[in-house]
Design a protein around this ligand. Structure first.
Ligand SMILES: [Zn+2]
Length: 346
């Protein structure tokens, strides 16, 4: 014993030993028991330092001992922690990363979206292009331009939402029908016109066959020499493609301000094919309004009614879809109830 080491000198050796121990723990693949012998066995650095404490001068010996024990505890803890990590890893259940996962439930497009896509495709095949026009518009487009001046009683039928704004172009409304697209399309100045305008419409109504927000598809064909024969040809094409080859249409005279002559279009019942049954009563179901575009409307769109004419129709997407689905869907409000159990079956 020469008792010549000071505490700082001894602690220097301890720090060195600590760094070696950490390096060994971080890099070695040896087993826990082998590491324990290397770190704390008789020939280990910590063992050598424990014996070397007696070389520290007596007044510094206690401090040297405290530091050495602290470092040994720290390294021992690290050794135990790494041993428990290794044990957990070896106990882990077998996990097959190549096994197929659990597929998430797959939904489908909403049935109204499906109907819009199908209707669009049918009309595209005969040269109609889908267009978009505003769903919030000045009342000029859904009413005045369509030959319904302010305070005209015909406006009452549209049960319109007025949003309380107006400027010098008129009052602003939520469009109650897609017919606001008629004059807007004419204003583009391109002829002939074969448009299919599908959009949301808004009316103050709600019962088994009406909802405040619904969709219409508005067709319009403007060219030279368009006849009612063209109109029935287009309608028959749609009805046979959408409902089936044995379905047909009939026109009933009607009155609208913006068409002349005007019709209600019926299709024969899908169940009795026109003979009359419990569902349809007299063999026919009403699809919606149509007619030859009124000369005043053409003029409002900047088109000379002596040169051009055409027909237009505006039908409800939901209504058309409900007529196709038969008795499966008897309350239009179910379409917007967001009940997945109901929507799943379509
Ligand atoms: Zn029937």
């Amino acid at each position: 014993m020469d008792e010549s080491l000071t505490a700082p000198q001894f602690i220097g050796y301890v720090i060195e030993a600590e760094q070696q121990a950490k390096a060994l723990l971080g890099s070695s693949n040896a087993s826990i028991d082998e590491l324990r012998i290397k770190l704390f066995g008789n020939k280990s650095e910590f063992s050598r330092l424990t014996k070397k404490i007696r070389d520290v001068i007596p007044s510094d010996r206690q401090q040297a001992g405290i530091v050495l024990n602290e470092v040994k505890r720290k390294i021992e803890k690290q050794l135990n922690d790494s041993s428990s990590v290794k044990r957990q890893a070896s106990n882990k259940e077998f996990f097959d990363v190549t096994a197929p996962g659990i597929p998430p439930p797959v939904g489908h497009l909403h049935i109204v979206t499906q109907a819009i896509m199908e209707i669009t495709r049918i009309f595209e095949r005969i040269g109609f292009t889908r267009v978009r026009h505003p769903e919030v518009d000045w009342d000029w487009y859904p009413f005045e331009s369509l030959n319904m001046p302010p305070n005209h009683p015909a406006r009452d039928e549209w049960e319109t939402f007025f949003i309380g704004l107006s400027d010098k172009q008129g009052q602003i409304v939520l469009t109650p029908h897609t017919s606001n697209g008629q004059v807007r399309e004419m204003e583009k100045g391109k002829l002939p016109i074969r448009m299919i305008n599908i959009a949301k419409c808004y009316r103050r109504q709600s019962d088994v066959s009406h909802v405040p927000m619904f969709h219409q598809f508005e067709g319009m064909y403007i060219d030279k020499g368009v006849t009612i024969g063209d109109l029935t040809g287009v309608f028959n094409f749609f009805v046979k493609n959408y409902y089936g080859p044995d379905r047909k249409i009939r026109l009933r005279p009607f009155h609208f301000q913006f068409t002349e002559p005007s019709f209600e279009v019926d299709i024969n019942c899908g169940i009795c094919l026109g003979k009359g049954c419990k569902l349809c009563k007299e063999g026919w179901l009403e699809l919606g309004g149509a007619g030859m575009v009124h000369p005043v409307v053409l003029k409002n769109g900047g088109i000379d009614p002596d040169v051009y004419n055409g027909f237009a129709f505006g039908w409800g997407v939901e209504r058309a879809y409900m007529m196709k689905s038969g008795t499966k869907l008897d309350d239009i409000r179910m379409l917007y109830g967001n009940d997945v159990r109901f929507l799943k079956q379509f």
